[in-house]
Design a protein around this ligand. Structure first.
Ligand code: FEO
Length: 402
């Protein structure tokens, strides 16, 4: 996409990555964008770059607006290479440019690129005059890396929020008003669940900082710019920061010979009798990205695995490894599954769920070979009880979570 004016002397100059489908394991079914912004004042500032591979597109977009040699500052809000990968090449075309970064950003950039760049370290409250406009810096460590920071343009009430409020969403639109709202919020939720979920306390703290700023525009590093829907995304982030549970039971499973699948179906049917939202998702056809997203606002996850060679099915273990890193809060759990002779998977899954922070809602359910009527009824009843507990849990969480 070509550069686009998004305000007086302010341009989007990034890259739309229409066809990326795997972003370090995140299944980006709508592609992504690497947003970079150019402010042309008495001084010229570039806010972030793009993935290294796409720097030629960034430079072309910059050149549509100014001669790149005019760039005075490259603001590196975040060291991750999807934003810093292009900086070295930009500096070759902007020899007088100074890189502005946090202290951790400076050291991270040095480690990544072995740079001896002209780099200025900033901290919260520091400002940088561009002439008519002044940039303010706000450190947001661990959102998403230790180096992360926001850059704020008070004169325009505009926040460059880096990964925060981002979406992996390739589109020719630049604004939240130009895309389908439900699609936008779904992509923002997927992004939050898979990139930010484990940083909930940092998010809560950062939202409090952001509330002290007048903000009319939020320019993230991925996806569309927030204008009309800023209150919606802020409200969603407040809920997501505590993984606020809904009346929703997520049944996740893998199966070898359909026994665990039959148990999963019975649990889902039992839960549905309680009029909660139920999702029945098989691991080998639903990717981890979608499962993490559905976990974010679930009240409970029922996880099923057959025993394979005394272990969980590999897909179940992968889900648990992934979800443990994302540290969901405020979730109940139930482990279930079938086995042939020795068993073991259900106990392993239950233990891993506990380590991931889930609260066991009831005893595990294990079944040898094929679920008989008694096991089928037990699973159905367990689904019903799980849903009842979710409804109570949601009410309690509502009362006790700020
Ligand atoms: Fe878009 Fe944490 O990088």
């Amino acid at each position: 996409m070509r550069s686009q004016e998004i305000g007086p002397n302010l341009y989007w100059v990034g890259y739309v990555d229409w066809n990326v489908r795997n972003f370090h394991g995140y299944q980006t079914h709508r592609g992504s964008t690497y947003n970079a912004y150019l402010i042309v004042d008495e001084k010229v500032a570039l806010i972030d770059a793009v993935k290294g591979h796409y720097t030629k597109h960034l430079l072309k977009n910059i050149a549509e607006r100014i001669d790149p040699t005019r760039i005075d500052y490259v603001i590196s809000n975040h060291t991750e290479p999807d934003h810093s990968g292009g900086i070295a090449e930009v500096l070759k075309h902007a020899p007088k440019a100074q890189v502005i970064a946090s202290d951790k950003g400076r050291s991270g950039l040095e480690k990544y690129y072995g740079s001896n760049w002209n780099c200025r370290v900033v901290k919260t409250g520091d400002t940088l005059s561009l002439g008519r406009e002044t940039l303010q810096f706000i450190m947001t460590p661990m959102l998403h890396w230790p180096d992360s920071m926001f850059t704020y343009l008070p004169g325009r009430k505009l926040l460059f929020s880096m990964d925060a409020f981002g979406q992996h969403f390739a589109t020719s639109a630049r604004y939240d008003t130009e895309v389908d709202f439900d699609v936008l919020m779904a992509e923002a939720k997927t992004y939050y669940a898979n990139i930010i979920m484990h940083l909930g306390s940092v998010v809560s703290r950062t939202l409090k900082q952001a509330e002290t700023l007048a903000i009319e525009t939020v320019c993230p590093s991925h996806g569309v710019i927030w204008t009309r829907h800023i209150p919606d995304i802020i409200a969603a982030y407040k809920d997501w920061a505590v993984c606020k549970p809904r009346n929703k039971v997520l049944v996740v499973y893998d199966s070898m010979w359909q026994s665990t699948e039959i148990m999963a179906g019975a649990i889902a049917d039992g839960a549905a009798e309680e009029n909660v939202e139920v999702e029945l998702l098989r691991l080998d056809v639903n990717g981890l990205t979608a499962l993490a997203t559905e976990t974010l606002d679930a009240g409970a996850v029922a996880l099923g695995s057959p025993t394979l060679n005394n272990q969980m099915m590999p897909n179940v273990a992968a889900f648990l490894t992934y979800i443990k890193g994302l540290k969901p809060k405020n979730k109940l759990s139930l482990a279930f599954g079938s086995y042939g002779w020795s068993g073991g998977a259900v106990e392993l899954a239950a233990e891993e769920l506990k380590q991931a922070g889930f609260e066991p809602a009831m005893e595990n359910i294990a079944c040898q070979y094929r679920p008989d009527t008694a096991i089928f009824d037990q699973c159905r009843q367990a689904g019903k009880i799980l849903a009842q507990k979710v409804k109570q849990f949601v009410q309690t969480t509502e009362r006790t979570t700020p």
